[in-house]
Design a protein around this ligand. Structure first.
Ligand SMILES: C[S@@+](CC[C@H](N)C(=O)[O-])C[C@H]1O[C@@H](n2cnc3c(N)ncnc32)[C@H](O)[C@@H]1O
Length: 240
């Protein structure tokens, strides 16, 4: 990145992108700066669900840094059990309110956090710092859908992120990772640029990594960030 030059983020202001915490995201949720939330099911999840599921049903799906993504509900409707992790209560609560789902809450066992459990269906959202999450709390997963998650955390936390998520994979887990190519010299992020090399560097010791799709994802929204390209790349990750 270019020296100490301050670069605008997607919220139109500045962020200490090397030290972003859950509190920084809480500030965004409180100000309703949640433009990252998509009003549709993610097209790449729909397109590649079968590659993830491979004909299997009633899978355990993990959605890290889930926000209030509509993908949670869609995966439930496909008959799967869905477990999310989100650091901000408001994100969890808005999900349940917007889908008119009743829920219970209880404290997490192994770290500060709250378990939001839907009453109607097999959906649980762990409200905690992702970096505190352990398989003791959440178990292991058949599938992972990672959108706006690995690319949302500071680049300096990527190794920590992988150290948390890899132990949550069952031996035959399939993990769909949605990344972006973005020029963080022009734009502060998040999201943060993630190349083939980055994915291999961080996941490659434990996993096979295969790029399965890519798309020019440059829209008026990204144009407003002052950048000139924005490419979405999709990886399938499996344990070696
Ligand atoms: C870019 S948004 C993406 C949300 C969601 N994946 C989606 O597609 O709409 C990143 C989300 O991660 C949450 N988050 C950021 N850092 C976190 C952390 N360390 N632990 C848990 N959640 C975190 C934020 O509150 C925010 O909702």
């Amino acid at each position: 990145m270019a020296g100490d030059k301050k670069r605008l983020n997607q919220f139109g202001d500045y962020e200490d992108t090397a030290h972003m915490s859950v509190d920084d995201w809480k500030y965004r949720w409180d100000k309703q700066q949640t433009q990252f939330h998509m009003p549709i099911i993610h097209p790449m999840l729909q397109k590649h669900l079968e590659t993830l599921a491979q004909g299997r049903s009633k899978l355990r799906f993990f959605v890290p840094l889930c926000g209030k993504s509509l993908d949670l509900k869609w995966l439930l409707e496909q008959g799967h059990e869905v477990i999310g992790c989100e650091g901000v209560d408001k994100g969890c609560q808005e999900f349940f309110q917007e889908h008119k789902m009743q829920y219970t809450t209880c404290p997490m066992k192994s770290c500060e956090g709250t378990v939001y459990q839907a009453k109607c269906c097999p959906l649980t959202i762990y409200r905690c710092d992702f970096f505190e999450l352990k398989s003791d709390d959440v178990g292991q997963f058949d599938c992972i859908w990672d959108r706006g998650s690995f690319v949302a955390i500071p680049v300096t936390d990527r190794k920590r992120y992988v150290d948390v998520i890899v132990p949550l994979m069952k031996s035959d887990c399939r993990y769909l990772l949605d990344c972006f190519l973005v020029n963080n010299d022009q734009f502060g992020g998040p999201p943060f640029n993630c190349t083939d090399k980055d994915v291999s560097t961080f996941y490659g010791s434990y996993c096979t990594v295969k790029k399965i799709d890519e798309k020019d994802a440059f829209t008026e929204w990204q144009k407003s960030w002052g950048i000139s390209y924005f490419v979405e790349e999709i990886y399938m990750i499996e344990l070696k």
